[in-house]
Design a protein around this ligand. Structure first.
Ligand SMILES: Nc1ncnc2c1ncn2[C@@H]1O[C@H](COP(=O)(O)OP(=O)(O)O)[C@@H](O)[C@H]1O
Ligand SMILES: O=C(CO)[C@@H](O)[C@@H](O)COP(=O)(O)O
Length: 556
């Protein structure tokens, strides 16, 4: 990479993903990406047993190790600066984005409870990753009580709080390990925790407080409501509440300790924490209302700005300033997308066709509908519109003639139908979606992109960066450092989009309309109570796994 010139200033964006953290060095003047480095988390996703080989974990758990996050600062940031060839003294700010809701209990000084020696073997002491889905029963109770009491905030979450979010995860800790819950003086998004590590100041960003917490119109749920959920839960908001700051604000200056980790100058601006999806809207120059950004990787997040708050059934949430100050930001999501394709390649495709590239090549040769299949894309549950992580996947239409590429294509299509359900829910609630911009690793699959254009009948733009979230974080860092006056101006100067790269084809649009009608019928049948077979199967599975983990069977 090249482009280093005297007088230029730089910012570093750090994108904390599910398996790794990436640092990117960006030129403030025009957003040129000069150097990048990735650090894979040593403990990755902790889902079967705690790292020291000890305590086994029940189904649907997903934990992480906060030390992996610090290691990204020590490894990836200096490596990216070295790769860029810039002098660290010319770096004026650092910004981060994180997966969310990825959340941890800490002491008052920010020490994660899993780093307190006597708590290390307690599963609830660790970071709960966004895809920790074991708090579904807690989410169900949060929702039922909110509706019963007509809590004013529930409509801002499409009628349902997700099992992935702060209140469900917090309630699970209280009810499964009350002593640990009481040891937690703070309960904090990893996005805000790593900013605390960087600048030594605890802040809370409006984005995660709004979408992943339940903060609306300046308030969290009342102590009265929380106590009705569980008499011990009334103090939860006190653990969450911190100095709330708008996106792109300066949280503080880089501490001497974090300067030593990163090799960056002490005192440079540290931007307020942000979320991988939301930060990408700035990178894709997609802050105007009506332009929906889908960040497609292991999962998909959909974010779009609107001019007013509307209640969209099944969305994740609408938050004032949740994507950028001055607009109402909407979020929806699909919990499994690339992960479903990855599952098929790894566990179901026979040798010889067990790669995304080969399956895509074979699937691309088919006319729409030729495989005779429709799938429901719920391998990792359903985040929007059904908000139920106990739902599971389904493929209808299998015959002896079905080939691996048929199933692979049906899975690609199923995720596109899921996105269309979300777009239609927005439109029905008066939140227009005029075009889509796609970001994330899946943009490299051209067949998938064309399927999305045809299924949604909308032009598809592609973000002009392979590192959308990290670029978005760098843009926020530039604003926090005062190098651009606002996120809109920084987005125009530093963001990149190739508009309308994929256009819908009218014949394929018609063919997909028919298949989408079948998807919708299956979606409502299995997802809206007509047939709860998926929920019954999940209960049977959980009981079987639980009985198999009795001491005799585990150690047999
Ligand atoms: N060519 C491909 N076509 C479809 N899916 C792919 C392809 N290559 C990788 N994937 C899937 O994409 C996901 C990785 O995407 P990426 O954007 O890197 O992930 P992340 O969400 O962690 O940032 C994995 O789930 C993988 O199975
Ligand atoms: O839910 C959000 C953001 O709100 C994401 O962080 C979460 O889906 C993780 O996404 P990826 O792992 O980046 O696909």
């Amino acid at each position: 990479m090249s482009g280093v010139a005297a007088g230029d200033k730089y910012v570093v964006g750090v994108d904390y993903g599910t398996l790794s953290g990436r640092a990117l060095v960006v030129r403030v003047r025009d957003g040129a990406e000069l150097g990048t480095a990735v650090h894979e988390y040593r403990n990755a996703v902790i889902s079967s047993a705690l790292p020291d080989g000890g305590t086994p974990l029940p189904p649907d758990w997903a934990l992480q190790d906060p030390e992996d996050y610090r290691e990204v600062l020590r490894q990836a940031v200096p490596a990216a600066v070295a790769a860029a060839g810039v002098d660290p003294v010319d770096v004026v700010g650092i910004g981060i984005d994180f997966t969310a809701c990825t959340v941890l209990p800490t002491l008052a000084d920010g020490t994660p409870l899993c780093e307190v020696p006597e708590l290390r073997q307690r599963p609830h002491a660790w970071v709960k990753l966004w895809k920790h889905h074991a708090a579904q029963p807690h989410a169900d109770r949060i929702n039922a009580l909110a509706h019963e009491r007509r809590e004013p905030w529930i409509g801002r979450y499409g009628g349902k709080i997700s099992a992935e979010w702060q209140f469900a995860k917090g309630l699970q800790i209280l009810e499964e390990d009350p002593e640990l819950y009481h040891r937690a003086e703070r309960f904090i998004e990893a996005a805000d925790w790593i900013v605390w590590q960087l600048c030594g100041v605890e802040t809370r960003n409006v984005c995660t407080a709004g979408y992943k917490g339940i903060r609306q119109d300046g308030n969290y749920p009342s102590a009265d409501y929380l106590t009705a959920l569980n008499p011990g839960f009334g103090d939860f908001v006190a653990k969450l509440d911190g100095p709330l700051m708008p996106l792109a604000a300066r949280a503080g200056g880089l501490t001497a300790r974090a300067a030593a980790w990163t090799g960056l100058p002490e005192g440079i601006a540290v931007a307020v924490g942000n979320v991988d999806a939301h930060v990408t809207a700035a990178a894709a120059q997609a802050l105007d209302p009506g332009r929906l950004v889908a960040i497609m990787g292991t999962s998909t997040c959909h974010v779009v700005n609107g001019t007013h708050p509307a209640e969209v059934a099944g969305m994740c949430g609408v938050v004032d300033g949740g994507i950028s100050s001055g607009a109402w930001g909407y979020e929806a999501g699909q919990s499994g997308v690339g992960d479903i394709f990855g599952w098929f390649v790894k566990h179901a495709a026979p040798a010889g066709v067990d790669s995304h590239e080969r399956l895509t090549e074979l699937a691309a040769a088919q006319p729409v509908g030729a495989h005779g299949l429709v799938a429901l894309d719920w391998w990792n549950g359903n985040r929007s519109l059904l908000v139920n992580h106990d739902l599971s996947g389904l493929i209808v239409g299998l015959t002896l003639a079905t080939r691996p590429e048929d199933i692979y294509r049906a899975l690609l299509e199923a995720t596109a139908y899921g996105t269309r359900m979300i777009i239609e829910a927005f439109a029905e609630a008066g939140v227009p979606v005029d075009d889509l911009v796609i970001a994330g690793g899946l943009t490299s699959n051209e067949l998938l992109m064309q399927i999305y254009a045809d299924v949604t009948n909308r032009p598809l733009g592609i973000i002009g960066s392979a590192q959308g979230p990290a670029l978005g974080s760098a843009i926020h860092a530039a604003v926090a450092a005062g190098a651009h006056p606002s996120i809109h101006e920084a987005s125009q100067a530093m963001g990149r989009i190739a508009a309308a790269v994929y256009r819908p084809d009218p014949d394929r649009v018609r063919a997909y309309d028919a298949l989408y009608a079948e998807y919708r019928a299956l979606h409502d049948h299995f997802g809206r109570g007509a047939n709860d077979v998926m929920l019954r199967l999940r209960a049977i599975r959980n009981a079987a796994v639980e009985s198999a983990s009795s001491p005799q069977e585990v150690f047999a």
